[in-house]
Design a protein around this ligand. Structure first.
Ligand SMILES: NC(=O)c1ccc[n+]([C@@H]2O[C@H](COP(=O)([O-])OP(=O)(O)OC[C@H]3O[C@@H](n4cnc5c(N)ncnc54)[C@H](O)[C@@H]3O)[C@@H](O)[C@H]2O)c1
Length: 356
């Protein structure tokens, strides 16, 4: 079996997950890391003494060519680094989620990767977890009827960093049902930042799908979760039942005709980490000379929802999809909840024109 040489750019939390996975996998040999931070390079070298550590990604790419590159820096630098990496003689690439800070930049990365027909991994680890695969199969088999509502409560995280995992799961769950609009309200008073991005203190994101299915996602620094002791809760509500689960925890509960009193189902977790499962899939694609862009595409669709959510809050409007057609409305001098004094224009809500 061929072993692929690998380098990781960005040796923080995400990069360490890739490094551990590469070091554990018989398909790879971790040979180099690049990070701007001396501390991050020192930590990587201490853990993996045989690797080369570079202070710039450019130096790594020129001095230490590898079969694959893992891009695990902050999202705003993914485009520049992925472009430079793809220009090298690579066999495959991993780009961390979010693939970029905007959907347009993320699409540019995927275009460049596809132009080279390179297999790509985007480590949305929820998708490869055993309990999640079971949940996806049960919903796709119709075990809770038609999906009507996905409610997500998530404390300690935000739309762009964790929400993108949750929305990517929903897009996979929706299996072709397309999101049509996003409406988000944001409190930003704490000026919280996370993983290189300015994020919300608290947000509610509401996504409508073509079928009428809704997603309500409540994210932020301190979110009250309906079940005490949990930091994330998903509720999938169907016409004939529901499934609750807790993101990364390897279990779920289900209520339907088969389990009328709701059953908690514990699932044995996979032996490998999510990053390793994604990297092993990447190795398989490289060996077979094929490229499967399903996860990269759903990641971009989720990124579009994240960006739409932030735009919705910024401009105080519904963002209809696709995002490429969005242009911000003019600022409305209108204050819902205040008295209407009988003048000042506007539209009579009792005599709405027919919607076209
Ligand atoms: N898939 C997952 O489960 C997962 C988990 C954690 C993080 N991530 C993703 O990983 C990415 C990085 O986040 P993080 O949490 O690791 O952040 P982090 O702050 O822990 O680490 C980022 C590292 O990148 C380095 N860096 C930044 N710009 C660089 C550049 N131009 N060249 C070289 N090094 C550079 C920084 O010095 C830092 O050490 C994000 O996209 C994040 O969403 C994914």
């Amino acid at each position: 079996m061929k072993t692929y040489t690998a380098a990781v750019i960005g040796a923080g939390t995400g990069g360490q997950l890739s490094m551990a996975a590469l070091a554990n996998s018989p398909s790879y040999e971790l040979v180099a890391v690049a990070d701007l931070s001396l501390e991050a390079r020192a930590a990587a070298s201490a853990r993996y003494p045989n690797i080369n550590a570079f202070s710039s990604y450019q130096q790594l790419l020129s001095d230490c060519p590898t079969d694959i590159i893992c891009v695990a820096t902050w999202p705003t630098s993914h485009l520049e680094i992925a472009h430079a990496a793809v220009a090298c003689d690579l066999t495959g690439i991993l780009v961390e989620k979010p693939m970029a800070e905007t959907a347009v930049n993320g699409r540019q990365i995927l275009n460049a990767v596809q132009a080279r027909r390179l297999p790509v991994a985007v480590p949305h680890n929820l998708l490869v977890m055993t309990h999640i695969r079971e949940i996806l199969a049960r919903v796709n088999n119709g075990e809770i009827g038609d999906l009507r509502l996905v409610e997500i409560e998530c404390s300690g995280w935000d739309i762009i960093n964790a929400g993108i995992h949750w929305l990517n799961f929903v897009i996979t769950l929706a299996a072709g049902d397309q999101p049509v609009s996003v409406l988000t309200a944001i409190d930003k008073t704490s000026r919280t930042y996370r993983d290189g991005m300015q994020v919300e203190t608290e947000a509610v994101t509401y996504v409508q799908f073509e079928s009428g299915m809704r997603v309500v996602m409540h994210t932020g620094d301190y979110i009250r979760i309906a079940e005490p002791g949990r930091d994330t809760l998903f509720r999938l509500i169907g016409t004939q039942g529901s499934i609750d689960f807790y993101a990364w925890q390897s279990c779920y509960s289900m209520q339907n005709a088969q389990f009328p009193n709701r059953q908690l189902i514990d699932v044995s977790p996979a032996a490998s980490s999510g990053h390793q499962l994604h990297l092993d899939r990447l190795a398989e694609q490289m060996r077979l000379g094929v490229a499967d862009y399903t996860v990269a595409e759903s990641s971009l669709a989720a990124l579009e929802l994240c960006e739409a959510a932030y735009l919705s809050a910024t401009h105080g409007c519904v963002v209809n999809l696709p995002l490429s057609a969005f242009s911000p409305p003019p600022n409305a001098d209108w204050h819902p909840g205040r008295a209407y004094l009988g003048h000042g224009g506007g539209r009579d809500g009792r005599r709405l024109p027919k919607k076209t």
